[in-house]
Design a protein around this ligand. Structure first.
Ligand SMILES: [Zn+2]
Length: 213
């Protein structure tokens, strides 16, 4: 549950991290060495789904059903009350594959949000070049089902998780070095670690590769 993750904001040493804000630069070269950031041609949309609304990215001022970044969440038995939505919800079907948007390392996996069906969904944190992504609301068996563990390296386009019964991917982004998800109350400052994922998702929808079921 998110509220259990609010205390103790640990940051990793910067040694293994690229400068915050570093972006994957467009490149015409397909010959990048393995240790280099993935070129733009090697970034991927994070969900493999047959849904026709796959590329709907809710954003202000049209924040459909509170799916956009920073939407004020209502009080709900399924949710901790009166906090901002830290991610963007992407349409998917339960059981759809979640893929790494680019190369990275799995750095976190823990219970996240209970679906209306009763299933406890999980957060999967992956450190990418210059930022950390939370692939949120995935199935509990995602690590084992994909032969992954904390510390595993993943390639862009690799299947890393499965969409849970929430039937959406809750996608968040954070500054490099972040090791957990954050949320914040209606009247609180947005934590400095939180990055609005909307521009990245818009870019991925336009220029990332989309894998089909
Ligand atoms: Zn969400």
């Amino acid at each position: 549950m998110i509220k259990a993750r609010l205390a103790g904001l640990a940051l990793l040493a910067a040694a293994a991290c690229a400068p915050a804000g570093a972006e994957t630069a467009p490149s015409g070269s397909g010959m990048a060495a393995a240790a280099q950031p993935a070129p733009a041609s090697h970034v991927y949309w994070p969900v493999v789904t047959a849904r026709t609304d796959w590329n709907t990215i809710s954003s202000q001022p049209d924040c459909v059903r509170l799916r956009c970044f920073e939407a004020p969440r209502p009080v709900s038995r399924l949710d901790n009350p009166q906090r901002h939505h830290a991610g963007v919800d992407l349409f998917a079907n339960a059981g759809d594959a979640v893929i790494a948007v680019e190369d990275g390392t799995v750095i976190g996996f823990y219970p996240f949000l209970r679906a209306a069906t009763g299933e406890m969904s999980y957060a999967m944190l992956v450190a990418h070049e210059g930022y950390v992504a939370n692939y949120g609301e995935v199935r509990e068996n995602s690590l084992a089902a994909h032969n992954l563990r904390i510390g595993s390296t993943v390639r862009g386009g690799q299947r890393i998780a499965t969409v849970s019964d929430t039937a959406q991917l809750h996608f968040e982004t954070y500054r490099a070095g972040t090791t957990r998800n954050y949320s914040w109350g209606y009247h609180a400052e947005r934590p400095a670690a939180v990055i609005d994922p909307t521009p990245r998702l818009q870019s991925l929808a336009l220029s990332g590769q989309r894998l089909l079921p």
